[in-house]
Design a protein around this ligand. Structure first.
Ligand code: GLU
Length: 418
């Protein structure tokens, strides 16, 4: 979908930064620094495929800013990956970690590939080669990767192993989102979704929308979207529609989230779920519902479709799903949009807890992790809400003011050397 719109996500990130610089009356030198990533690395990753031929995949890793701590952010495997996209995602990670007030800067990685059409063996080879090429670029105090679209705990395990073999001992703290058996954190796999649902719950309370019976539309039924559907259903809300890259399904009666997860596990898609009606992606976005969760890729809610959206709360589990033009339309419609750098920050929040556990050689219980996640999400939500009210700006602009403001303060305090 991001490809169809042909909007460079980095242009979106820069436009958001421009608006924020104006709101904060940011020092022009700091604005200049924040317009570019600190470092970008592009590598060619040759892999011998199962049929014997060699494919050279292009991979990127961008370290946007590290004034507040080591760069932090996921690695994405997708045919649509571009350097512009990775730069945007790395900028958003920088603001996101600052909104959560965790001691990380922002980074992101991506490999241009089609993981759905690769064997496990091909994916392992590509991952290990990519990790090896990144070896001197990443590190527990330099840049700590994590999962993103179409990468998972197994991918993280291959990277941890490749990195550690060169160091000579296991270094679990070089990466987060690992399997539990090698130092992963309890609660990490559901954390993005859980954090997103905590934000929705807080917003619903402020808008006096009861969670019980609230209708929910989930655009993108991957890790974040599917878990959000499960968690929000546990709170009594009613999932009425969901989509993935193959299509969208709808049922006015409500969709059992667990059964939909099982259906997708068996068939590879939400399409064909029993008792549901197939609808188009555009119909899905325009459904009459209380809550819309965009949980797929960038540039899904645009100037073309934003005016059709009827949801009262939009919570961005994905990064960059809404363009700046669409933002304006949603503000006019008085929809409450919880922006990505807050709504999906639960993932990196628990990544931070994983990193801390690894450094301290500890393993915390799921209850402990989820409680810390909830406390931090609620605190950040409240801070952004208050900033939004005090400055009479949207939640997006308020979150950017908090995030960019903290990064700017760190840069100012460190000073320019020499
Ligand atoms: N990929 C996730 C994000 O966009 C998680 C990043 C992390 O845990 O470092 O926030």
């Amino acid at each position: 979908m991001s490809q169809a719109e042909k909007i460079d996500p980095f242009d979106v990130a820069l436009e958001q930064l421009r608006i924020t610089a104006e709101l904060l009356q940011l020092d022009s030198g700091i604005y200049e620094i924040l317009k570019q990533p600190r470092r970008s690395l592009t590598v060619s990753i040759p892999v011998q495929m199962d049929d014997g031929t060699v494919t050279a995949f292009t991979g990127h890793r961008v370290q946007y800013n590290d004034a507040r701590g080591p760069c932090k952010g996921g690695i994405r495997y997708h045919p649509g990956v571009t350097l512009g996209e990775v730069k945007a995602l790395a900028a958003w990670m920088t603001w996101k970690c600052a909104v959560m007030d965790i001691p990380f800067g922002g980074g992101k990685g991506g490999v241009v590939c089609d993981p759905k059409n690769m064997s496990i063996r091909e994916k392992e080879k590509m991952t290990r080669k990519y990790a090896s090429l990144l070896h001197d670029f990443i590190g527990p105090y330099r840049d700590v990767p994590a999962p993103d679209v179409y990468t998972d705990p197994q991918t993280m395990a291959w990277i941890a192993d490749t990195y550690s073999q060169r160091v000579g001992h296991m270094v679990p703290e070089v990466i987060t989102g690992k399997p539990l058996s090698i130092g992963g954190s309890e609660g990490r796999s559901t954390s993005t979704a859980r954090g997103c649902v905590f934000c929705i719950r807080e917003a619903a309370e402020l808008l006096r929308i009861p969670m019980k019976g609230a209708s929910v539309v989930v655009q993108g039924f991957g890790n974040a979207g599917a878990n959000a559907a499960l968690i929000i259903s546990e709170m009594g809300a009613k999932v009425v529609a969901a989509s993935d890259s193959r299509g969208a399904v709808y049922s006015n009666e409500g969709i059992n989230a667990q059964e939909l997860v099982n259906h997708k596990a068996q068939t590879g898609s939400v399409v064909g779920f029993k008792g549901s009606k197939e609808i188009s992606d555009e119909e899905l976005l325009g459904l009459d519902c209380e809550i819309l969760i965009p949980a797929a890729l960038e540039n899904v809610i645009t100037a073309k479709n934003a005016s059709n959206i009827k949801a009262k709360i939009i919570s961005e589990a994905a990064n960059g799903p809404t363009t700046p033009e669409a933002d304006k339309i949603l503000v006019e419609k008085k929809a409450l949009l919880i922006p990505d750098i807050l709504a999906n920050a639960g993932g990196v929040m628990v990544s931070y807890l994983e990193w801390v556990q690894n450094l301290q050689k500890e393993h915390w219980t799921e209850t402990n992790v989820n409680e810390r996640l909830e406390d931090n999400m609620v605190a950040s939500f409240k801070e952004v809400w208050t900033t939004s009210k005090n400055n009479d700006v949207s939640m997006r602009n308020a979150a950017l003011m908090v995030g960019v403001g903290r990064v700017a303060e760190a840069i100012k305090t460190l000073g320019l050397w020499p």
